[in-house]
Write a protein that binds this ligand. Structure first.
Ligand code: PLP
Length: 404
């Protein structure tokens, strides 16, 4: 008998990962650091700030009070009511508490929504550049991702005609992420209105609007897609605490949608995780109700860094940059540098370029190929100003060194 081999038993669906390039780049950066090299890293997709102290204290207090048991599958009622109020006051959305499902992070809220809606063979429109987890989740549900690309000249926002042309009778869902990871783009109200017209023209198209970077906004206004006339019934609004409140490790997010969809999401969540952590939900109540000074301080720091990034990147000849009105990401187009050389080393792809920038110039970034755009590089500015300054100088020095 052949020796027992567990790897041959693994399900195919477990072979996909959404973080390949990010993990590879951060791992290599760690290895080089361990060898004593000075590496400046712009890879990480999470706030470099700690969770505000009053939110930490609220979690500790909830634990002390014994709020450590299972919570209802959809989340504690007080938090769902507080979220309904937040969505009403800040986003102009009317959701009842029973139309909100709290989950272990926005990531799980997205998985709940996709699994609750998408049948095998259903087409799901993904607007590239995009956060690759969407694609993994759609495939997990047996859906067919239809990837529509927009480039730097379009500020990375696909025009409505391109979306309309991609719709078929099998289209079920479109995933919208404004503000966007990795581009920092924000869809304006008129742009969303044009998208809503496309949605109205299709008999069964739903939109999942991932608004997790809502509070990290520098220019313009944030509009929730579901707040547009007629779009509430066609939408699922997803948000979470990770980015805005620097609570990535707490794992808390939510999805709001029409009641039957909320029931379906809760049913799935019940079978998979039974719901979010109970004392974290109590801490989140404090995060929502307490003054938002810390949130504003973090936002202001990201804005300073955004300005540093824009100044440094726009000074690099050949690099193209779209506006970055939000998030802590820049997504410059470095297409003009592909094919250029350093000595005999040809930058034949953005992956090669990112590897070379790391190995030769000590700056870690993520190739845009990880987000569906092989001409771009993602730089995260969720890092201290001194490290950022150093990283930007190295990035510019590397690109400027390349010859045709
Ligand atoms: C666009 C987007 N949506 C959702 C998430 C996941 O957030 P959470 O930590 O709440 O699962 C991320 C995290 O990187 C993200 O970039």
């Amino acid at each position: 008998m052949a020796p027992f081999d567990i790897s041959s038993l693994l399900a195919r669906r477990a072979s996909q990962s959404d973080e390949g390039a990010i993990v590879r780049m951060s791992q290599r950066a760690r290895e080089l650091r361990a060898k004593g090299q000075d590496i400046a890293s712009l890879t990480i997709g999470e706030p470099d700030f700690d969770t505000p102290a009053h939110i930490q204290a609220a979690a500790a207090e909830a634990m002390r009070k014994g709020l450590t048991h299972y919570s209802p599958v959809t989340g504690i009622l007080e938090l769902r009511q507080a979220l309904a109020k937040k969505l009403k006051d800040e986003n102009g959305l009317d959701y009842a508490a029973n139309e909100i499902v709290i989950a272990n992070g926005a990531k799980q809220a997205i998985a709940n929504a996709v699994l609750a809606l998408v049948e095998p063979g259903d087409e799901v429109i993904l607007l590239s550049p995009y956060w690759v987890s969407y694609e993994i989740t759609v495939r997990l549900a047996g859906g067919v991702p239809i990837i529509l690309k927009a480039d730097v000249d379009e500020d990375f926002k696909a025009p409505p005609a391109r979306i309309a042309a991609a719709l078929t009778e099998r289209t079920k869902l479109l995933i919208l992420n404004s503000p966007s990871n990795p581009t920092g783009a924000v869809w304006s109200r008129p742009e969303l209105e044009a998208l809503a017209e496309v949605v109205k023209s299709h008999p069964r198209l739903m939109v999942l609007s991932d608004e997790i970077y809502e509070y990290i906004l520098f220019d313009g206004k944030m509009t929730s897609f579901a707040s547009l006339p007629g779009m509430r019934e066609r939408s699922i609004t997803v948000n979470g605490f990770s980015k805005s409140f620097a609570m990535t490790g707490w794992r808390l997010g939510y999805a709001a949608g029409p009641a039957p969809l909320a029931v379906a999401m809760a049913r799935l969540q019940s079978g998979i995780t039974a719901g979010a952590n109970s004392f974290v939900q109590h801490a989140a109540l404090t995060a929502l109700s307490a003054p938002r000074d810390d949130v504003e301080k973090m936002r202001a720091r990201y804005e300073i860094r955004r300005d540093m990034v824009v100044k440094a990147l726009t000074a690099i000849p050949g690099l193209r940059l779209a506006p970055i009105p939000a998030t802590f990401y820049a997504f410059p187009d470095v297409g003009a540098f592909l094919g250029r050389k350093a000595g005999n080393h040809v930058m034949d792809s953005v992956d090669t370029l990112c590897d070379w920038l790391l190995e030769e110039h000590g700056v870690a970034t993520v190739p845009g190929s990880a987000f569906g755009d092989p001409s771009c590089i993602r730089l995260s500015f969720a890092t201290g100003e001194a490290e950022l300054e150093k990283a930007l100088a190295r990035f510019a020095e590397g690109l400027n060194r390349l010859s045709a």
